[in-house]
Ligand binder design. Structure first.
Ligand code: NAG
Ligand code: NAG
Length: 324
């Protein structure tokens, strides 16, 4: 009897212990409800104890998480119903605002602010746009406009939730419409290809034109350089000729000057020599020489005597005129 009671007590204690010890994972915090009321206390990752049975706990993720919203219907303004297969919302709950956010929106805060909100935004977007806009023209900007819309309302209503990015996959559209799009797409591709080819051709023509221009320019420059070279050569030649002329002129002048100087000197010398006696002597010598020319060695006696007399006279004169 006593043993049975003991076993029951042990069992109850074990159950109580098991329900009071709990674990909070990394990237999460623990929040506690007592009698349904959220408690201010928040616990970090690790093992914790709580009052058994009375206190409930909940793990809330505060690391970055991706909420995948799937199968979002989209009725376009033209009345076509398409479906977005999935929209991924990357978001994070700020740790310091965990209590307030959960108090405002419960632990299912992301149902209100992400899942329902995405449905609502897509609904609005689709009802304002045609299928063409939804599927092609405005699809590119959809993720950004969704993020902006969500962030804006979160900022004023639930500042604890932060949207990091949104990824939208293309909606699924009815098959017969898809065929039209595919046909159109291939047409567009063909057109784009043709435009591109045209551009390439234009580019090639332009390149050729540029090449020709560059060649012509180069040639013109080369001929200009050659012309300049020739002109420079001619000018140099002209200068050389001028210099040579100058040198020649200078030489001639020097020569003339020299000759002139020599002559002057000769005249000066001669004028010193040209005494009456010298003239007489020269005359006689000339006669003497002429005589020789005409008569050979046989000089007539009277001339010979005369010469002797004159020579003597001359020598005497020179002696008289010279200073003692
Ligand atoms: C909670 O709600 C109040 C009132 O609606 C709001 O002013 C406050 O910003 C909210 N706080 C958070 C963290 O959501
Ligand atoms: C005469 O002859 C002599 C010698 O042959 C020569 O030296 C002299 O200059 C001559 N004189 C003249 C005036 O021709």
């Amino acid at each position: 009897m006593f043993e049975q009671i003991f076993v029951i007590v042990i069992c109850i204690l074990a159950i109580l212990y098991a329900t009071s010890i709990h674990k909070i994972e990394e990237g999460h915090v623990g929040v506690y409800f007592r009698g349904g009321a959220l408690m201010k206390e928040i616990t970090e990752p690790g093992y914790h104890l709580k009052l058994p049975l009375i206190t409930d706990y909940h793990e809330v993720q505060i690391s970055v998480q991706t909420d995948k919203v799937t199968e979002i219907p989209c009725g376009t303004s033209g009345g076509v119903l398409v479906q977005f297969e999935s929209i991924e919302v990357v978001n994070r709950l700020k740790k310091e605002l965990v209590y307030e956010t959960i108090k405002n929106y419960t632990v299912e805060y992301d149902k209100t602010w992400i899942f329902d909100k995405i449905h609502h935004e897509i609904n609005q977007f689709c009802s304002k746009n045609t299928l063409q806009d939804v599927y092609i023209d405005k699809f590119d900007a959809l993720d950004e406009s969704l993020q902006e819309a969500l962030s804006q309302s979160l900022e004023s209503w639930a500042p604890g939730i932060e949207i990091i990015s949104i990824r939208v996959t293309k909606p699924i559209i009815p098959k017969h419409l898809l065929k039209n799009y595919e046909a159109r797409e291939s047409e567009m591709t063909k057109l784009a290809f043709e435009i591109e080819a045209q551009k390439v051709k234009e580019k090639q023509a332009e390149t050729k034109k540029k090449e020709a221009m560059i060649k012509a320019q180069t040639e013109a420059e080369v001929s200009k350089i050659e012309m300049e070279k020739k002109i420079t050569e001619k000018e140099a030649n002209k200068k050389i000729a001028l210099i040579e002329n100058e040198i020649e002129l200078e030489n001639k002048k020097t020569e003339t000057d020299a000759r002139y100087y020599k002559e002057i000197k000769e005249i000066e010398a001669n004028s010193k020599r040209l005494t009456p006696e010298f003239l007489q002597y020269a005359l006689i010598q000339a006669i003497n020489n002429n005589t020789k020319m005409y008569f050979g060695d046989s000089i007539p006696k009277y001339i010979g005597e005369n010469i002797d007399v004159m020579r003597k006279q001359l020598e005497k004169g020179e002696k008289q005129s010279s200073p003692p």
